[in-house]
Design a protein around this ligand. Structure first.
Ligand code: KG4
Length: 339
């Protein structure tokens, strides 16, 4: 079964064709990063307009790269939540028009479910159940993935997402947007241990996290150094900050896996590209005797293939939708989508 996947929830327009949820036939992406970098973050109205400009040509490219005609596609899957609402609406409306025009099923896909499914594309043997650590620009979640479409949230951030925290910390370190990769690169130049940053706990919710205090601490350190003319060891701060994020995520992921009785851990989302988090997860999984799946870097960020991959399993579960399907800015990923 060939599914066209459409993703437009933030600043990447992406269209892909995937066969049987596992084999990428094409994966076309138009990134808007350069445009938003001028503003130091995503400007929602610009994002929507850029999606409109890109999506038709990108769809033609994805079909051509896959060697498919429109009629070869069996269903169209699109991100319907969560994301910037105007941006999500562009991809979803385009997918609806395709489904209606071609007379094929429309499959709604939760963006974070898509990030998790990116791993199915890289690892043919991977099947649920497993514990997923989903860490992206807008979400930070610990999810018990009992089946391809049956998921329970075990914990998550109470405030900022890990990726947002990377982006804000990068900004005060004068690094370009998006800041995750530049901080990661800068952190490699130091062994850290210079700055003492807060490690927040949420009372009564050991699997929940809070990143806003950490973000504020980095902002305050940078501002204080600037105002007093003191030297700031930027590489050490990048290192200590990255380590603090990893220290919040990795032990909780291990504990969530233990509580859920899972021996397999799967990382997902843009922040899963972080080298310190990847190394810490590898070490922790080795010590706990858990199997770890880390998505290849090209599949960590937003892409259409992950939406098509999850779309396949949503389709098998009967989760298709009609033309009245609406986009949602926020949505609990444990809710099943469609009919
Ligand atoms: O998953 P993604 O592409 O988009 C969302 O669905 O949100 O994630 C984007 C986030 C950004 O915050 C970016 O700074 C972060 O992923 N990121 C990283 C790294 N590469 C990208 N964060 C930490 N280390 C990295 N190497």
């Amino acid at each position: 079964m060939k599914i066209r996947g459409v993703e437009s929830s933030c600043d990447e327009t992406a269209v892909a064709v995937v066969e049987d949820g596992r084999r990428i036939l094409s994966d076309a992406i138009a990134s808007q990063v350069e445009t938003h970098a001028l503003y130091g973050g995503v400007v929602p109205e610009i994002a929507s307009r850029k999606h409109v400009e890109a999506i038709a040509a990108l769809t033609e490219k994805a079909l051509a790269d896959a060697g498919c005609a429109r009629g070869d596609i069996d269903a169209v899957a699109a991100t319907y939540a969560p994301g910037l609402i105007g941006a999500v609406l562009v991809g979803l409306s385009f997918a609806k028009a395709a489904a209606l025009g071609l007379g094929i099923p429309l499959i709604p896909v939760h963006h974070i479910r898509g990030h998790i499914a990116a791993n199915y594309l890289a690892f043919p043997e991977l099947e649920p159940p497993f514990l997923a650590l989903a860490i992206s620009g807008g979400n930070t979640l610990l999810i018990d993935v009992a089946g391809y479409t049956g998921m329970t949230i075990l914990g998550g951030t109470r405030d900022d997402a890990a990726g947002e925290c990377f982006d804000k910390a990068a900004r005060v370190l004068d690094l370009p947007y998006p800041g995750g990769k530049p901080i990661d690169d800068l952190a490699q130049q130091s062994r850290g241990g210079v700055y003492h940053l807060p490690h927040a706990q949420v009372d009564g919710a050991p699997l929940d996290m809070s990143f806003s205090g950490l973000k504020t601490a980095v902002v305050n350190l940078a501002h204080h150094a600037r105002q007093t003319g003191q030297a700031l060891d930027r590489a050490a701060l990048a290192r200590d900050f990255s380590q603090a994020v990893s220290d919040a995520l990795v032990p909780r992921a291990m504990e969530a896996a233990r509580l859920a009785g899972r021996k397999t851990i799967v990382a997902a989302g843009g922040v899963a590209a972080n080298s310190i988090i990847r190394a810490d997860l590898e070490r922790a999984c080795r010590e706990a005797g858990c199997r770890l799946y880390l998505p290849p870097l090209r599949l960590c960020g937003d892409n259409g293939a992950m939406i098509a991959a999850q779309g396949y399993y949503e389709y098998l579960a009967g989760h298709t939708a009609g033309m009245d399907l609406n986009a949602c800015a926020t949505k609990d990923l444990s809710e099943e989508s469609g009919a």
